[in-house]
Ligand binder design. Structure first.
Ligand code: MN
Length: 290
């Protein structure tokens, strides 16, 4: 008998704030201090959906550093441009994902794409931070653009839903994003009145974040817009029913059992390493944008 991965709690946004002048976000964690319970994930910001008026000066976040983890940006509506000190640059639009490994350190900017900003429109996006184990925190930065067309998908719950596998694997379907520790990341849509089963590994921490619509999990737990259900890591099976057409991000990963020291854009294991990160950034050792 499969053990149900019963949700242990449902979290509403713990903070609403602007990131730079381009990303009005609702944050689920770390504004809720889930730490061990959601490891290896460190942050979930849901930006928008929000309307932006036309402008010649793209909004967003200017030059800033990261060290010790990965930033994963998933665009649902709008276009976002990125440029970093490792020499990587790219634009992602609806259905695309950018998986940036900051590791030992990059400096980057994240802006609305110029032509898109000129027209204005609706932006809807998620940024997720994924931790790196100690042995990889000071490794080389890496950058992956995962385009919509390269993300495999299959039906979910008959023809009432779709699951897109960004990273990890679902029933033989493998996601194109490379990860350093085992992570499953799925973009899931389920039409109103339809049901589906998800099977996830025992011991993985799993969050089901609802971007829009309403889900009922395991027959009883309701999860609405901008809410995240945290599931029991000892279970394997989640039963989903959409009572309103739902868009869901499923994040599931093997926990990293190491101390977490964090300060703004740096996530390390100790306070000393945070001080080192600040010093390295100030000394220009994370590079600069051209
Ligand atoms: Mn950033």
């Amino acid at each position: 008998m499969e053990k149900m991965k019963n949700p242990v709690d449902v979290y509403t946004p713990g903070s609403r704030h602007m990131v730079g002048d381009g990303f009005p976000v609702r944050n689920i964690f770390p504004s809720h201090d889930l730490t061990e319970a959601i490891s290896p994930f460190l942050l979930l910001d849901y930006a928008g959906p929000a309307e932006f008026s036309p402008t010649d000066r793209p909004r967003g976040v200017g030059e800033h550093p990261h060290r010790g983890f990965e930033t994963v940006t998933i665009v649902y509506q709008g276009k976002v441009a990125h440029r970093d000190s490792a020499g990587n640059a790219g634009t992602i639009g609806p259905g695309d994902v950018q998986w940036m490994t900051a590791a030992s350190g990059v400096v980057h900017e994240e802006l609305h794409e110029q032509a898109w900003a000129k027209d204005g429109g609706t932006l809807q996006m998620i940024q997720l931070w994924v931790n790196l184990p100690k042995a990889l925190k000071m490794g080389a930065p890496r950058y992956q653009t995962v385009l919509n067309d390269d993300i495999p998908q299959s039906n979910l719950g008959g023809d009432g839903g779709v699951i897109r596998v960004i990273a990890g694997e679902y029933e033989g379907l493998k996601g194109p994003a490379k990860t350093f520790t085992p992570v499953h990341l799925f973009d899931l849509r389920l039409q109103a009145g339809h049901q589906a089963e998800l099977n996830l590994p025992v011991g993985f921490n799993t969050g089901l974040f609802v971007l829009s619509g309403v889900l009922v999990l395991n027959g009883s737990q309701k999860v609405g817009e901008a809410e995240m259900a945290l599931c029991d890591p000892q279970g394997t099976q989640v039963h989903l029913e959409a009572t309103e057409e739902a868009m869901v991000l499923v994040l599931s990963g093997e926990p990293i059992h190491e101390p977490v020291a964090r300060m703004g854009p740096f996530v390390m294991n100790t306070e000393e390493e945070l001080v080192q990160a600040v010093n390295d950034y100030r000394a220009g050792r994370m590079g600069h944008l051209d």
